[in-house]
Design a protein around this ligand. Structure first.
Ligand SMILES: Nc1ncnc2c1ncn2[C@@H]1O[C@H](COP(=O)(O)OP(=O)(O)OP(=O)(O)O)[C@@H](O)[C@H]1O
Ligand SMILES: [Mg+2]
Length: 351
């Protein structure tokens, strides 16, 4: 028997077997050691492990055997584990493989423009050449699909094997509850199911390599937001608020929520910060002035930017093309580019 001919087939199988504890493939973990011929139809496969965890070993053996049978391997495998205490396994923690930065966009209050900000932030990052994914975490009012003009249904299989391909608009990968429901179907998801669904959005979508994965949180600071924020090791949260006091009170709650679970708050974006009159070009502060600035000072976080209340922002939401993509050289796009720059500095500070 020619072991060097057998090896690629075995490596293929191992690359498809996930370690139950470390959630990475046997090949990615560097567990493969060598093959040794035992007799005409028996080959010993030596795998390196960092510990004596028998339970994981049994699970690994079972799935390697099953896959070997399915692949019609011409030999029987005898799997041998060799403990190597020096073996370094990088704990992936609650990370998504290949995703560099995972950020949440949240606010205490509904309707302040979180989804619009999340959509435009994703668009601006993409224009800057970053690879971007966007998760609409809002079950009761999913709006990211509408903001990008996509609605096709996707199958959420959730069997752990068949991942979902997200929708892709202008290079931005998008997943939303609205892709899973009929537009007029009543929402039947409940707490635990909701958590499960978001977990699948995070871990069972083919995100591929991403520089940024943005999570648009639903409004509020209840259990739902908290558990969403904790399902994954977030690199940071961005708070969106409007300038008036009522919104700021709710934003404070959001800030406290993130602080409590030790998620770095990267800063606050003031949305609908002043009304830019399309007729006279003047700005009026219908929602009071500089609220977010005071908020930022109080919490010792930066104000990342101010977005005016502008008809064209609302309209671009209606036509399904974020303003940053519609007016790539416009002042709103410029504002978002500046936000990105500052945001990246903040991310680095918390690394
Ligand atoms: N700067 C802006 N200028 C004008 N309209 C805006 C602006 N930001 C958001 N809007 C509009 O306000 C409405 C609410 O925005 P959006 O859905 O983004 O808020 P949200 O905070 O995500 O709401 P929810 O709490 O329901 O998730 C939308 O119609 C949107 O087009
Ligand atoms: Mg929203």
């Amino acid at each position: 028997m020619n072991l060097s001919e057998l090896e690629p087939a075995i490596m293929q199988i191992l690359s498809d077997v996930e370690h139950p504890k470390y959630k990475q493939s046997v090949t990615d973990l560097g567990m493969f050691q060598r093959l040794e011929e035992r007799d005409a139809e028996k080959v010993a496969l030596f795998l390196k492990t960092p510990d004596e965890d028998r339970k994981s070993q049994i699970e690994l053996e079972t799935s390697i055997r099953t896959k070997a049978t399915a692949a019609n391997l011409p030999v029987r495998l005898v799997i041998k584990f060799e403990v190597d205490p020096e073996m370094q396994i990088e704990d992936a923690g609650n990370r998504i493989k290949g995703v560099k930065n995972i950020l949440a966009v949240g606010s205490g209050k509904g309707g302040v423009g979180k989804s619009t900000v999340a959509a435009n932030l994703a668009a601006a990052l993409s224009l800057k050449g970053y690879k971007v994914g966007l998760i609409d975490g809002d079950i009761y009012g999913p709006s990211i699909g509408k903001l990008f003009g996509v609605s096709g249904r996707l199958q959420l299989k959730g069997d752990g094997k068949n991942n979902i391909d997200p929708h892709e608009v202008k290079g931005i990968k998008i997943i939303s509850f609205s892709f899973l429901l009929n537009p007029d179907q009543a929402v039947v998801w409940r707490g635990p199911m909701l958590g499960k669904a978001i977990e699948q959005f995070l871990f069972q979508v083919n995100w591929g390599p991403l520089d940024y994965l943005i999570l648009d949180l639903p409004p509020g600071t209840g259990d739902v937001q908290l558990s969403l924020a904790q399902l994954i090791d977030l690199d940071g949260a961005i708070i969106v608020t409007t300038p008036q006091n009522v919104a700021l009170q709710d934003a404070s709650r959001a800030a406290h929520m993130f602080f409590e679970v030790k998620i770095p708050v990267l800063g606050v974006i003031e949305n609908m910060s002043g009304f830019l009159c399309p007729h006279c070009g003047k700005t009026s502060h219908i929602f009071s002035k500089n609220g977010a600035q005071a908020f930022a000072a109080k919490f010792h976080i930066p104000q990342l930017g101010q977005i005016p209340l502008q008809e064209s922002i609302m309209e671009s939401g209606e036509i399904g093309l974020p303003i940053v993509l519609k007016e790539k050289d416009g002042p709103i796009a410029e504002t978002y580019f500046a936000i990105i720059e500052q945001m990246n500095k903040e991310i680095e500070k918390f690394r």
